[in-house]
Design a protein around this ligand. Structure first.
Ligand code: NAD
Length: 286
């Protein structure tokens, strides 16, 4: 039996949840977005308004009213059981805190129909850590987006040993239908494909500069010229922002903690957090 996905509910309307909801509605699906209360829903409306402007400028076909209609078509609610009651697919983008995720799955496991598929957008947790709370481990998997989904459009699809292959296929097809490039993982892996590559790469760059071997500019230049890549590790770090890499390093081994101290004393303590603050490893005037 083919699995039809038409109604999609996104839980959490923060940085990623708002983008996932918007992109899904933009692609013609019926979208409900849930967040915890009035303040969070007001913030969601602001995020959607900003996305209307961004899509209008950056996404073909969005100008001339389609972006505005997309925002208007998204149902916003703070009622969790109602949000999932008719969903074919629930995409969870609540905070990266295991207890919050498990609690969310326990609640929606009780109120969503048996057929509803659940997908987590978690970046660092494994679906195995959550599956027992869903009440439907066979209809649960990870669907991991990248920030700025309209242009960095990978969607990593990763199930557990319990995920029904038909559910996995349906989610791959859904990702494709909302304009993502589905990246299929055959087994669970912390960091998926992207962060399994990116995190060690960025850390190696930081180690070169922190160890006094080469300036960030020289590291980036080497990578760009020798591989043809558009950006080196420090240019990428400035876009990502220095706080997340710092948090990863500070929780690592002794070597990682030395890199964290360097990031903190040389950049973070000086307010150089990357593009968002106007300066990181590079300056961004205006
Ligand atoms: P965020 O903090 O911007 O948004 C989280 C949202 O969840 C907020 O709107 C908040 O009000 C809401 N929330 C808080 N408590 C809740 C609860 N109990 N139930 C439901 N919603 C609740 O976070 P984010 O950056 O959008 O990250 C969300 C998820 O997406 C995380 O799992 C993260 O790992 C993942 N992710 C983030 C990025 C990124 O670049 N930010 C990229 C890929 C994946």
């Amino acid at each position: 039996m083919t699995i039809e996905i038409r109604k999609v509910t996104v839980l959490g309307t923060g940085v990623l949840g708002s983008q996932i909801a918007f992109q899904t509605a933009f692609s013609g699906f019926v979208v409900t977005a849930y967040d915890i209360g009035d303040d969070a829903l007001a913030a969601a409306r602001e995020r959607f308004a900003k996305l209307v402007a961004t899509y209008g400028q950056e996404v073909p076909g969005a100008a001339g009213g389609k972006a505005e209609r997309t925002a208007a078509a998204i149902t916003l609610t703070a009622d969790l059981p109602a949000a999932v009651r008719e969903a074919d697919l629930v995409i969870e983008a609540v905070p990266e805190v295991l207890s919050i995720k498990q609690d969310t799955y326990r609640k929606i496991g009780e109120s969503a129909p048996e057929r509803t598929i659940f997908a987590t957008n978690s970046s660092t947790l494994l679906p195995s850590d959550m599956k027992d709370f869903t009440g439907r481990p066979d209809r649960f998997l990870a669907l991991h987006f990248a920030n700025q989904v309209w242009k960095f459009n990978t969607a990593e699809v990763m199930g557990t040993a319990d995920t029904d292959p038909a559910v996995y296929r349906a989610v791959v097809e859904f990702a494709d239908a909302i304009g993502m490039v589905p990246i299929e993982l055959h087994r669970e892996k912390a960091g998926y494909v992207l962060n399994s590559l990116l995190v060690p790469f960025l850390n190696s760059g930081i180690a070169l500069a922190a160890g006094g071997y080469a300036e960030p500019e020289a590291v980036d230049k080497t990578w760009r010229i020798a591989t043809g890549a558009p950006m080196g590790p420090f240019q990428i770090l400035d876009v990502v922002g220095l706080t997340t890499p710092y948090n990863i390093l500070v929780n690592g081994d002794e070597g990682a903690q030395r890199l964290a101290s360097w990031l903190k004393s040389e950049y973070i303590d000086k307010g150089k957090l990357g593009v968002a603050t106007g300066e990181g490893f590079y300056k961004y005037p205006g």
